[in-house]
Design a protein around this ligand. Structure first.
Ligand code: PLP
Length: 383
């Protein structure tokens, strides 16, 4: 099998699994209890918080562990909006966000908030100037993702945060697809809230974190006990949190060399596909992108058919967001970038990772070339 869908999820790495194991049975205590096994769990929780904080240049008290990237996005957006009570009723976001942000904003709209969904240019970038122009006296939050999950395109977060700061508006970024692929440091980005998720960086599924800058007011979304300083109730998932911290640390330690290696493989894939196959378009390729992601449209071929053929050859890729698989609608991200319905429907996302080799990429190039030739042959016969 050649796995090229690392933006959907990654396997748990051996050192992450090793770090997690003791916390399932030996040190299984509830971090909120008072006896010794519980203190071991509490110590592991706080050590993990420090590690995750260090990876993004934050203080440990600024990290809240959650049950996923999706939950962190919900906590950031709903938490800020709730904390403002009736005062402000306007949120600015983009038209290319992950569903975790997009659907949360849709829901707030149903509750009476005004949502501005900013357009992107043909490279998939939000304009900081558009952000500035859409701010009103009722704006309470700006939420723009750091890197897009379908195209890998990186947003001008520093410029947007400068606008937010100037106007005193809380700024959240979903950095799920950026963390572990490019440097993500909260002060350099200038953000108040930042979402990350473990399973995109070789950690376990079902654990995320929200960075909350000291002084940012946020109301809890899940209520109950006093866990996570009362911001996120629920007994902490210690094995998953320990695994997350190990995964984050490893990803950040190897970021430099790994991003260069993966970028070379991605470039090889794109160059060869451009050379060997006619009428292809690499979406967002002229914008800064995370090094592992490639979104390619193959004119007059249906993306789902390409995936099925690649799957038969043991190659796992995706048509875009895993959360949107099976949807008859073309990608909202590619549509926002100005692609036609057909162009968007013909796109495949390849997202490379740690275990991919040059040989994997060479085999993929050949498989893609043969698949497109076959499918284009079929579609011209049908036409
Ligand atoms: C940009 C982005 N945000 C949020 C999420 C959701 O993260 P999780 O799967 O941990 O809920 C994903 C997952 O695909 C993502 O790509």
């Amino acid at each position: 099998m050649i796995y090229l869908d690392h933006n959907a999820t990654t396997p748990v790495s051996p050192e992450v699994l090793r770090a997690m194991m003791p916390f399932f049975q030996d040190s299984f205590g509830n971090a909120s209890s008072f006896y010794r096994p519980a203190r071991t769990a509490r110590a592991a929780l706080e050590a993990s918080r420090e590690k995750v904080a260090r990876c993004i240049g934050a203080a440990p008290q600024e990290i809240v562990f959650t049950g996923s990237g999706t939950e962190s996005d919900n906590l950031a957006i709903r938490g800020v909006c709730r904390s403002f009570k009736g005062e402000g009723r306007h949120v600015i976001t983009s038209s290319i966000e992950h569903h975790a942000v997009m659907k949360t904003c849709d829901d707030l709209e149903q509750q009476g908030f005004t949502i501005t969904r900013l357009p992107v240019d043909s490279l998939g970038r939000v304009s900081p100037d558009d952000v500035r122009k859409s701010i009103t006296p009722r704006t309470v939050l700006i939420s723009i993702m750091t890197a897009n999950n379908e195209t890998g395109v990186i947003q001008p977060i520093e410029a947007i945060s400068a606008v937010a700061r100037e106007r005193g508006i809380v700024f959240h970024t979903d950095a799920v697809q950026a963390f572990g692929k490019i440097p993500v440091k909260v002060d350099e980005l200038g953000v108040d809230l930042l979402t990350i998720s473990a399973h995109k960086v070789y950690g376990p599924k079902g654990v995320g974190a929200l960075y909350i800058r000291k002084g940012t007011t946020i109301a809890p979304v899940i209520t109950g006990g006093k866990h996570e300083r009362g911001i996120r109730a629920g007994t902490e998932n210690i094995p998953a949190i320990v695994g997350f911290a190990q995964a984050a640390e490893t990803a950040v330690q190897h970021l430099g060399e790994e991003s260069v290696r993966v970028a070379k493989l991605r470039d090889l894939l794109e160059t060869a596909i451009r050379e060997k196959i006619e009428n292809v378009q690499i979406n967002g390729s002229d914008a800064p992108r995370v090094p592992n992601t490639s979104s390619i449209s193959f004119a007059s071929v249906d993306g789902e058919s390409i995936l099925l053929h690649l799957d038969l050859r043991g190659i796992c890729a995706s048509t875009g967001s895993a959360c949107a698989t099976g949807s008859p609608q073309p990608s909202h991200v590619l549509s926002a970038m100005g692609l036609s319905h057909m162009q968007a429907q013909s796109a495949i996302r390849f997202s490379l990772g740690r275990e991919n080799s040059r040989e994997d990429v060479e085999r993929t190039i050949e498989a893609v070339r043969e698949t497109i030739e076959k499918l284009r042959g079929i579609s011209s016969v049908q036409a």
